[in-house]
Design a protein around this ligand. Structure first.
Ligand code: FES
Ligand SMILES: [Fe+2]
Length: 419
């Protein structure tokens, strides 16, 4: 019989072997994931297949491609992609690599066009990814045949509350049913009428993508790492939503504020928030901050004055790029009346000052966590009750790691049987 030990690299096996301890209930001693999950290049490749190539990944909001011909060019996991609004108003995602020799048609930009023209030899494509021009190719091949074989590969998309998600796996289950846990958080925000200010992406930061989300989603550290500036949202009041099994794509906690209508300010979390409260939110929503994550690529912060989202894309085993989500400017959905305020930029500056302070403190712990993973003494410590969300994240990951390992073992067994 073919086993994990026959086919998988020792780094992958070391993580798989540790999953039982990481996926327990916290009160039964759930532990941190094995260190190889946070830095091994082999494990990173495994994780790309297990997680990133099979999960719904957020690439932006529909407001970023409002009219026919508007597009976004994003690169996720070394895959340049185009997200394009067509003449039929449909939003399509496609590989941005020209079908000739593979130059990217556009990269990391946004704009408006009627044709995507390859910079290399000027092959050109429509908004739906059809080849329409290929200079001096008539003598080589019938143009009809060239068109048929040169369509830009389409990638599955789903729109959820105006967020555009893609999935490299054409067989993946629909996204929306896996996000129902967030519906009560979204009530009252009226995302369709809100203005989107897209995230700006910062330079790569030097730690594994999971460390960023782990630090984001656990409230255990806030009073120690952010003394003073987080006291308004104390971890003593945290509530966790339950985990609904492997198909649940939401991990979320919320923290009551000491007073209503708080938010992020130049003094950290405080009241009043930097922006006016959203009147359509319930009293409960105006008295708390909700920290949600939609693994692997996104976080959403629900505050009384705005909805703030962040996009997280790994660029290597120990690096990632982040846009928005309080990590960089943007990733904001706000009422138009807020964006139209004459002192809007002053208010933004206040909020970004608080964000900067929190970010610097979190950066230092993220770097320390990455450093620990290379040590011969890297701990697999016991999670605290306030780290319930980390045990949930471990379960979400473990289901995907195990499924990928099973697929690899099956493939190896089939190869052996065929020999
Ligand atoms: S690579 Fe695009 S036209 Fe040659
Ligand atoms: Fe923090």
């Amino acid at each position: 019989m073919t086993t994990a030990y026959d086919v998988l690299h020792p780094d992958i096996v070391s993580v798989l072997d540790g999953l039982d301890a990481s996926t327990r209930e916290v009160k039964e001693g759930a532990r941190v994931l094995p260190a190889a999950a946070y830095g091994s290049p082999v494990f990173h490749d495994f994780e790309k297949r297990a997680v990133w190539q099979r999960s719904w990944l957020c690439v932006g909001r529909v407001q970023q491609v409002p009219t026919p011909g508007t597009f976004l060019a994003v690169t996720i996991l070394d895959e340049p992609l185009l997200i394009v609004r067509g003449d039929d108003m449909g939003i399509r995602a496609m590989s941005a690599l020209c079908r000739h020799r593979g130059h990217a048609l556009r990269e990391n930009c946004s704009g408006e066009t009627r044709r995507f023209v390859c910079p290399y030899h000027h092959w050109s494509y429509t908004l739906t990814g059809d080849l329409v021009g290929a200079p001096r190719m008539e003598d080589a091949v019938e143009i009809k045949r060239l068109r048929e074989e040169s369509q830009l590969p389409l990638i599955r998309t789903e729109i959820w509350h105006g967020f555009i998600f893609i999935n490299f796996d054409s067989e993946a289950k629909p996204l929306a049913p896996s996000l129902v846990k967030l519906e009560p958080y979204l009530a009252g925000y009226d995302l369709d009428t809100m203005v989107t200010i897209p995230p700006t992406f910062g330079p790569d930061v030097p730690w594994n993508w999971k460390l960023l989300l782990e630090n984001y989603i656990e409230p255990y550290h806030t009073e120690y790492v952010h003394p003073g500036i987080h006291d308004f949202a104390p971890s003593t009041g945290v509530e966790f939503d339950g985990w609904n099994g492997d198909e649940d794509n939401v991990i979320v906690r919320y923290v009551p504020f000491l007073e209503p209508d708080g938010g992020l300010t130049e003094r950290g979390w405080a009241a009043p928030a930097s922006f006016p409260p959203i009147e359509t939110l319930s009293p409960k929503q105006r008295h708390r901050v909700g920290f949600g994550m939609l693994p692997p690529s996104m976080n959403i912060i629900f505050t009384p004055d705005m909805l703030c989202y962040g996009l997280i894309y790994p660029t290597g085993p120990k690096s990632l790029t982040v846009g928005g989500g309080l990590f960089t400017r943007g990733g904001w959905c706000m009422p138009k009346s807020t964006v139209d305020l004459p002192d809007f930029e002053d208010r933004v500056a206040r909020m970004m000052e608080g964000s900067r302070q929190l970010g610097e403190q979190d950066t230092s712990v993220n770097i320390a966590m990455q450093q620990a993973k290379s040590s011969a003494f890297a701990p697999r410590g016991r999670l605290a009750p306030l780290e319930e969300t980390l045990a949930q994240f471990n379960r979400w990951l473990a289901a995907r790691y195990r499924a990928e390992a099973d697929r690899m073992i099956d493939m190896a067994a089939q190869r052996v049987a065929a020999e």
